[in-house]
Unconditional design. Sequence first.
Length: 571
Amino acid sequence: MLTTNTRIQDLLESTDLFEQDQLDKVLTTAREGSRPVCEVIREIEDLKEDQFLEKLAETMELPFQRLKEIEIENDILEKLPTKAIFQYNVIPLLEEDGCLKVATSDPFTPGLVDALRLAAECRIRLILSPSDDIATSSKRFYGVGAETLDRMMQDDRIDLEDDDDLLKQDLSELDQEASVVKFVNQIIWEAYNDRATDIHIEPMEMDLRIRYRVDGVLHETPMPPQLKRFQSSVISRIKVMANMDIAEKRLPQDGRISVRIRGAEIDVRVSTMPTVYGESVSLRLLMRGGGLVTMADLGLNEHDSSHLKKMITRPHGILLVTGPTGSGKSTSLYAWLHTINSVDKRIMSAEDPIEYEMPGVNQVQMRPEIGLTFADTLRTFLRQDPDVIMVGEIRDKETAEIAIRAALTGHLVFSTIHTNDSASTITRLLDMGIEPFLVASSVEGIVAQRLVRGLCESCRQPIEIDEDFLREHNFPIERLATEGPIYEAVGCDECRGNGYKGRTGIFEILPVTDEIRPLVVAHASASAIKQSALDHGMKTLREDGWDKVLAGVTTIDEILRVTEEAEFDEE
């Protein structure tokens, strides 16, 4: 196939998509930067790649095909070596009459057809498809890092199949092996691109499973089938990066990795745990300096936002955030600090870990191994003349008592605690052994929260839902006439087929008012405290969730998923 500059220019002109000056600029940019023409064209803002390739396919008399949900047989996938797939960004689709049809996003790649013909040992017919479609399909069918693992399979210098052999090798040399390093980097890179907060590397009997947590939900990442063979090498590389003991495989270990991706500083918390089939590794990705979330970003409605701002600007007292792990509690605390942070306030925080560095705040990293615990740090804070204190988590009676003492001596204290809803936080403090009158006089408010996935606005669609189902879950059907509609998740390129993009919070704010305090002192049950708060206007997590469903922010399925326990408690 001719790919001379003149031929390329003629083909591009024939698409009728470019003005002459725009076309000249594309060709000049490609030539001066030694870049593929199609890559330069993808950077044109007003021109979508699929639109361009569809026109180009007509001009070149080639088929155009989107690759969403396409199925490819294994024997077709094996027609081309993994190296060729990722080197040329192509993928074989099917074979007809001895001709292999291969999808590409750049038919101008020099020598492409000849190289593929030699590799497949058969005739080649190109099909044009968007580069994202090809990349997604390649990852789906071959797995993340397939090219790297293929090269490792061909390297006879290292036998990674036998753990005993691995231990006999020079591990420092092993972990410097370029392919292993590249593969681990690819895992972290893919997680970053997918907006994942966690990476879980889990040894199974016959394979090594890698899952990413995106928007609070775990997704299994396609991996090459031969990955299990390199399990020890991959885990050893991660342990070296995190400064762990590479030889210790019988005990859990913790470590940290600092990486930079596209200029963004990322802290990776690493935890290993010995299991039946090897060490399970969890990596938590924390963006450093990635921009702090403000109160406006949390997802609070206008009433709750106004109410909460009054609470966080009080001169003293305790304000607690509660919810399960991963419900955004720390993010809320940072947003509160960001709101009140000013030159006339001395703010001190005890955290484990420090997830965001905040200018103007004295942040202390907890180190229990040397005795620097929340309780010890809080005692020292009280001698540092703070106005506001943030405690990462109240885990025990000692920390709770010091926090209450700080609140009663004129300090404003923010902290988190693990309970299912706002009212149970009070009974949790009492169960820790804190005197009821101390809780009643120090705690000013409790915020229970959950994170729900937000709908992708590019593909969400209205849906009709059976009214009996809505009544069963106490949905405010009467509001559908003036609000709504209710949307469902669909999936598109923008949201990578999930139907969701990003997360927002749902909240239950319980102010400890003069009506609540006598109940606390009387050691009332959580249900009695909650009922009193509801009688005075508190919205439950489920009710705040319904507001966001009617606003088109999220789906009914999401609200039911994250508030299931709350619903059970109410029954």
